[in-house]
Design a protein. Sequence first.
Length: 73
Amino acid sequence: MPHVVVKMYPGTSEEQKNELAKQITDAVMSITQKPEAAVSVAIKEVPESEWMNQVYETEIRPNLEKLYKKPGY
């Protein structure tokens, strides 16, 4: 605990993904006071052409009231 999943379009380099995971881990540790060993981060690439069906319609729209940061589209 906690496990963070980031879904994003393809095209981000492995170096950028590693840095993103590191910064997310650091923020989670700082805010929740959990040790690094308790944090996991996954990154799933979703093609732009599939975003609305795979992510928005299934995960974002049905859960808008639960989102702490809502998209602006």
